[in-house]
Design a binder for this molecule. Structure first.
Ligand SMILES: CSC[C@H]1O[C@H](OP(=O)(O)O)[C@H](O)[C@@H]1O
Length: 367
């Protein structure tokens, strides 16, 4: 999307330097830093340290990591080593394994001499496909937003609430949950977006930064304010992203999503999830029982990052010395709390039947 009039993706291939470049999201929204990802350790660090983050972007990054591995050593052994090295960086977003599996399946049958070029081409394809998938999610989500707008007085904004950052920064472009917002804004549909801060890493600040750069009206709120806003009729729709959705429509997303879904159900607010098909894990049904939830460093909870009084980006400790922290990074919203799934092929119910109706080829293959 655009930053001060200039179009960016969240990652791109520098053809002169022959290296992947990323926006290092650890320093946003206060500092915009572009860095190369030149070694396998750089790729692992970029994913684990959340220099790149968001399920689709993690997958695209991993594909470029496999391309580097094939350029260094195209052997089967190195392919498997790269798969394992990158796959272990973060356990929850299925896109990481999806991308690595897709790369390995495509590269294994090839002569070793052809693998490096093929791997880089596949990484480019995965990145480009993500952009198109998210653009289509935006179109289908726009239709839902227009339905709400049609029931409002002329000019009154549609009030959306979103959790975490499922924006263009979490994908290669457009975002998933934000794509319908950008499409609606660009189509002239008035919006007001409630942006959850999303403790502990405050990815809501990334969403606020994105929406601000695009001119979408938004308000940054605490994670605990959403239920109150819904009780007072100030939210027309909740729309979030997902890191892994099961074949029956259970949605794993940033910690706190489940609580928003409970509040939405209690207040009759539609709760939609923007779901690109690579984020569907056809091998699991019960998300609560089967999806591994990443436990991140307690430091992320006991400390918070921001701009200090001297204008530097710094961390401050918010807890007493010696207080331990718990940091489960995701939770699972059971399908019964999800109004619908907005995919690149259309909107469906959060159910096995709903997903099978849009993706019969994948559903059948997983049986
Ligand atoms: C479009 S997927 C975005 C998804 O990923 C985020 O997790 P993280 O920032 O830890 O990578 C969050 O769950 C978002 O909804």
């Amino acid at each position: 999307m655009k930053i001060d009039g200039t179009h960016y993706r969240s990652l791109w291939w520098n053809h002169e330097q022959n290296v992947l470049e990323i926006i290092d999201q650890r320093w946003l929204p206060h500092d915009f830093r572009v860095v190369p990802v030149a070694t396998m350790q750089d790729f692992a660090d970029a994913i684990y340290q959340m220099r790149v983050r968001g399920a689709p972007l993690i997958g695209a990054t991993a594909a470029y990591g496999m391309a580097l591995a094939m350029a260094e050593d195209p052997s089967d052994a190195n392919m498997d080593a790269a798969w394992s090295f990158l796959e272990k960086t973060r356990p929850t977003a299925i896109n990481l394994r999806w991308a690595l599996d897709r790369c390995r399946a495509a590269l294994r049958p090839l002569p070793q001499a052809d693998r490096a070029a093929a791997a880089l081409t596949l990484a480019h394809d995965i990145a480009d496909e993500d952009v198109e998938i998210n653009r289509r999610i935006g179109e289908h989500g726009l239709a839902l937003i227009r339905e709400i707008a049609a029931c409002k007085p002329e000019g009154e904004p549609v009030r959306l609430l979103t959790h975490c950052n499922a924006g263009w920064l979490a994908t290669v472009d457009w975002g998933t949950a934000t794509s319908p917002m950008y499409h609606a804004h660009d189509a002239g549909v008035p919006l007001q977006v409630w942006v959850d801060e999303t403790r502990p890493r405050n990815q809501g600040a990334l969403t606020a930064w994105e929406l601000g750069k695009h001119g979408v009206p938004h308000t940054y709120i605490t994670d605990n304010a959403g239920g109150h806003l819904m009780q007072h009729g100030l939210v027309d729709m909740v729309i979030t992203g997902t890191d892994r959705t099961t074949r029956q429509g259970d949605v794993c997303n940033k910690i706190g999503t489940y609580l928003k879904a409970l509040a939405a159900r209690d207040n009759g607010v539609p709760f939609y999830v923007a779901l690109p098909s690579p984020t569907i894990d056809w091998t699991v049904r019960d998300g609560v029982a089967e999806i591994p939830i990443e436990e991140r460093d307690a430091f992320e909870v006991t400390h918070v990052q921001g701009i200090t009084g001297t204008g530097e980006i710094g961390m401050v400790q918010v807890t007493p010395d010696g207080t331990s922290g718990g940091n489960p990074a995701f939770d699972v919203t059971p399908n019964r709390l999800v109004t619908g799934l907005i995919t690149e092929r259309g909107v469906c119910n959060a159910s096995a039947e709903g997903l099978a109706s849009l993706f019969p080829e994948f559903s059948k293959a997983a049986e």
